[in-house]
Design a protein around this ligand. Structure first.
Ligand code: SF4
Ligand code: SF4
Length: 358
């Protein structure tokens, strides 16, 4: 069994966009100031990840994803320096690098550096301009779509495959056909949907809305014959149903293993998941500690209630347990997810997809 597989590093808490649904601006006191990690601090984390990656329980290269509680590329110089030093000092390291960016700071030089550092970016984009620009605004109130598409153009020119991260907000949920028109027209072949959560209820997408949308997304993909289009959420469910779950966020489809297989560094503290930021009871430790202590502390916190411990598919369903946070939320209803899993499981079995995902 593998240990920690994914490490997110939130490198700063500042953003060059002002999306209408962002918790940043909905709750301005949620994150204090810039407080960015330095290249040296990022380097300490990378070295701890590398030291952990050679432990016997780790059977895969560790995925390190630079995120922000804001925009990570604002800290590009620090990220670049830390990765460069690691490549120089430990050329055969066992880390793989990713970032999720809003795309505004992608320039030809940055793209070339990403390529040289073997860092794979994904770009946040909520569909065509009229849809994206309803919510993803610049600080001057203008839409950001043209700037994001320019950045995507630079990635394509640089020969870097473009993965799209779409926030599944109410606007996108209500316009899925138009969204797919755009994805097809642009020739994107990899998309991941992030359910909008932890924002006031007028913005948030409920579990029922999310799983209804995910079902429609699966149908649209099939109706349109988009076999080449990889939808991360569906792929993850496919793998979970096939008994080989990818340790990604359950909202993407699988048993996340937060704290056991996934951790996130936020403002020098380590949490099982970014949604737990600021809640002292979930702090697993500090950024300069060895990684092996975090799963041990998670086990002390949750026992067998976590997403990473072996659980019965009889009680949790064939795709494994739902999100730990959702399960702890008063009024939690597992019905919408169970129904989706059942529907998608039957569909996958019928088409032989589950077995092929192994
Ligand atoms: S890009 Fe992300 S962090 Fe920045 S305002 Fe938009 S949602 Fe918030
Ligand atoms: S705890 Fe929930 S939100 Fe966090 S990674 Fe796991 S499934 Fe996703």
């Amino acid at each position: 069994m593998s240990g920690i597989e994914r490490v997110c590093i939130s490198v700063n808490s500042v953003c060059n966009l002002k999306c209408t649904y962002c918790y940043f601006f909905l709750k301005p006191d949620h994150l204090p100031g810039l407080n960015a990690l330095t290249a040296e601090e990022i380097g300490v984390i990378l070295r701890q990840c590398q030291a952990y990656s050679v432990r016997p329980e780790v059977d895969k290269r560790i995925k390190v994803n630079f995120v922000g509680s804001g925009e990570p590329l604002i800290s590009w110089a620090a990220i670049r320096t830390a990765i460069t030093r690691l490549h120089e000092d430990i050329p055969d390291h066992r880390l793989r690098f990713y970032t999720v960016t809003n795309g505004l700071l992608l320039k030809p030089a940055v793209v070339a550096e990403m390529k040289a550092l073997k860092l794979s970016p994904s770009v946040s984009l909520d569909g065509p301009a009229w849809l994206h620009d309803r919510t993803r605004l610049r600080h001057n109130g203008r839409g950001s779509h043209a700037d994001v598409m320019r950045g995507i153009g630079y990635l394509r020119e640089g020969g870097i495959p473009v993965a799209i991260n779409t926030t599944l907000n109410r606007e996108v949920v209500g316009n899925l056909d138009a969204y797919f028109d755009f994805i097809e027209e642009q020739g994107f072949d990899k998309v991941i949907f992030d359910r909008l959560v932890d924002v006031p209820s007028e913005h948030a997408v409920s579990g029922a809305e999310f799983y209804a949308a995910l079902r429609r997304i699966a149908e649209l993909k099939e109706e349109r014959g988009l076999a080449h289009l990889e939808i991360g959420n569906l792929e993850a469910y496919k793998r979970a149903l096939a008994g080989a779950p990818d340790r990604v966020c359950t909202m993407f489809g699988s048993t996340c293993g937060s704290g056991f297989h996934n951790i996130i560094y936020m403002q020098r503290d380590v949490y099982p998941c970014g949604r737990m930021f600021g809640q002292k009871r979930w702090v697993l430790g500090r950024y300069d500690e060895p990684l092996e202590v975090f799963p041990q502390r998670m086990a002390e916190l949750v026992g067998d209630r976590g997403c990473g411990t072996a659980r019965s598919t009889d009680t949790e369903g064939p795709a494994g347990p739902d999100c730990l946070i959702e399960r702890e939320t008063p009024g939690y209803d597992r019905g919408p997810r169970d129904q989706f899993v059942q529907w998608y499981g039957l569909r996958s079995t019928a088409s032989g997809l589950a077995s092929r995902a192994r």
